[in-house]
Design a protein around this ligand. Structure first.
Ligand code: GRG
Length: 301
């Protein structure tokens, strides 16, 4: 729960605290799985999913829905679905075959707390559960189908999974800013962008509202990754809840390694300004969405 000082200093603290509780309670309900699911697998899924992350993507789903006059309750299944996909991607990303990390969200990674095979299955289980939730719980059925298709495209081989593949491939090679942007618009950006789109879809946004929210989501998605790269260089390991300094150590292509910290930071600031301008121009000057965009820039974890 946010303290009073936090609320006074940060107008985002209260809405995000409200959304986090709302989303976490529902994630908990969705992962009370029947006894056909092995108990250890269910435990690993819940371990990865319910760990204390920022819940940025589900917050975007709900705030986008509210920005166009929708109800948080109607956006909740989509909010939980995107967090399930995100949690699966983190569990798999931490595996020895990928980033080989032992700390995530301030705790041992899933394969460290359980074992590799269980972590792979926990990711698979969460990925599948996300579509189960969307298909069954979003109303009406036509919107549920559209949400499934959009989330599959964003998370799949031409979205997050494809971006991850390219990122692994170009780890030790020289690259251009264009290549890096192309990777991160898919690897990180696609899930952020689709979070905003799903919120807008379930709330029945107009085409004009959707276009503005699309620009907002795409812009903060890329800004988020630039800041992630900067935090990997200079962030605090305890605040981040994961190892930092890995990218440079591995000779990885990042925004600061290509552009320097100052120019990277300038680009992230410009992207967040573009995100705020887009929603203001469509009369969606939603203070929470604008505050969330600024938070992406100012976050320390
Ligand atoms: C393994 C299919 C597959 C995909 C992995 C998302 C991803 C693709 C990898 C994660 C590696 C990483 C650190 C990416 C940078 C941006 C990012 C997604 C950071 C983690 O997201 P946060 O900061 O995490 O929102 P929390 O824990 O707060 O939810």
């Amino acid at each position: 729960m946010a303290s009073m000082t936090e609320i006074e200093l940060n107008p985002l603290a209260e809405p995000l605290g409200r959304i986090r509780t709302f989303v976490d309670e529902q994630l908990d309900r969705y992962t009370q799985l029947p006894s056909d699911c092995p108990a250890r697998l269910a435990e690993a899924m819940r371990y990865g999913l319910l760990a204390p992350g920022k819940r940025l993507r589900p917050s975007l789903v709900i705030l986008a829905a509210e920005a166009v006059g929708g109800a948080a309750q109607a956006a909740l299944p989509a909010a939980c679905a995107v967090e399930m996909i995100h949690a699966y991607s983190l569990i798999h990303d931490d595996l020895p075959a990928m980033d080989d990390d032992d700390l995530r969200r301030g705790r041992p990674t899933c394969h460290k707390a359980f074992d590799e095979a269980t972590a792979i299955l926990a990711g698979d289980g969460l990925l599948t559960l996300a579509f189960d939730v969307l298909a069954r719980e979003v109303q009406p059925a036509a919107v549920a189908a559209q949400c499934c298709a959009e989330l599959a495209a964003a998370a799949g081989a031409c979205g997050m999974v494809g971006g991850q593949g390219d990122d692994l491939d170009c780890q030790f090679t020289a690259g251009t800013v264009e290549t890096l942007e192309h990777i991160h618009r898919r690897k990180t950006g696609a899930m952020i962008r689709v979070s905003v789109r799903l919120g807008a879809l379930v709330a029945g946004a107009t085409d004009q509202q959707m276009a503005a929210l699309e620009t907002y989501g795409a812009s903060i998605g890329l800004a988020f990754q630039i800041i992630d790269d900067l935090l990997d260089e200079a962030g605090d390991e305890q605040a981040m809840g994961k190892r930092v300094g890995k990218d440079r150590g591995r000779g990885k292509l990042t925004f600061p390694s290509l552009l320097g910290a100052e120019e990277s930071s300038r680009r992230a600031t410009a992207l967040v300004a573009a995100a705020c301008d887009a929603i203001a121009a469509a009369d969606l000057a939603d203070e929470h969405l604008a505050a969330l965009a600024r938070y992406v820039l100012e976050r320390n974890h």
